[in-house]
Design a protein around this ligand. Sequence first.
Ligand SMILES: *Cc1c(COP(=O)(O)O)cnc(C)c1O
Length: 355
Amino acid sequence: MTTQENSNVIVNQAEKSRLNEVDFDNLTFGNIFSDHMFECDYKDGKWQTPTIKPYGPLLISPGAKVFHYGQAVFEGMKAFKDEAGDVFLFRPEKNFERINKSSKRMAIPEFPKNFFFEGLNTLLDLDKEWVRPGADSSLYIRPFVIATQVGVSASPANEYKFMILMSPVQAYYNKDVKVIIAQEYSRSADGGVGAAKAAGNYGAQFYPTNLAKEKGYDQVIWTDSNEHKYLEEAGTMNVFFRINDTLITAPTSDRILDGVTRDSVLAIAKRDGIKTDVKKLTVDELLAAYKDGSLKEIFGSGTAAVISPVCSFSYNDIDYDLVKPEDSYFTRFKKELKDIQYNRAEDTFGWRVKI
Ligand SMILES: *Cc1c(COP(=O)(O)O)cnc(C)c1O
């Protein structure tokens, strides 16, 4: 980890806010950005003084390595506003640690902690009006790093740009998701980059997901790349199965992203006395549980949608429909998580961080 002195972010404030140009009741996820953005360049072996400036386009050479070799990682986190108007982050340390873990895997220099938090806090302070009140609104925060060194030689760059953008979002409409279990394509492989939030992981997922969509499904449940036998993730979310009253999810590995929401669901379940089992669940076990009626629920977990219920899954061209139980874990965990995030419940874990 690079140890550096104080960052003392330079702030160039926007002359005029764009707040009143935004229709906050009709937002499409992540395509409007707040007034300011954070930018910090890496060159000559160190991260330079960061700046916060008005959100706007970048001038980058088309020869920059990110365009040729995809050396890029990102994060996704959110800020929430409570009824008193205070703004909170949810477990931001986790996102900070994870972006450096992802960077390391992609041969990108790690980012100093004080730069990250000073930048994020200053940015949120400037743009706090962009965190809209109400439990259906939040501000999605997108830190990312790209290789900016010019040159198409295939080697890690020696120049990078670390940025943070912020985008106001509404609650994900909880459309019941139809999924198909992967039998051909894979999201990640042993020894690969599946555990990193590398940009290319998403790019590589688009084609098989499009094929699933053409067949009428919304997402793919990824299985292991070796045998397509173990259930691993759902689209860009971690996945949970409720068999009887036990909550099952796959153990993290170099194929599985260590999700903050996944970890939080497991912690809440343990606190509330719900049985959890972190294990490799096979497709055969899933089908058997469906057939004997013990499979009650499947849901995905991730920052963007929080918890996303699956209403049916397909395997070998057969659709298996799930009936949402009245005491659904999906509803329960979604509420418990949101209550902590929006400061409506006691935070026994110390996850909320006030800005
Ligand atoms: C980001 C991500 C998740 C969810 O992680 P959270 O920290 O809960 O947002 C799950 N799977 C993949 C592949 C991801 O990229």
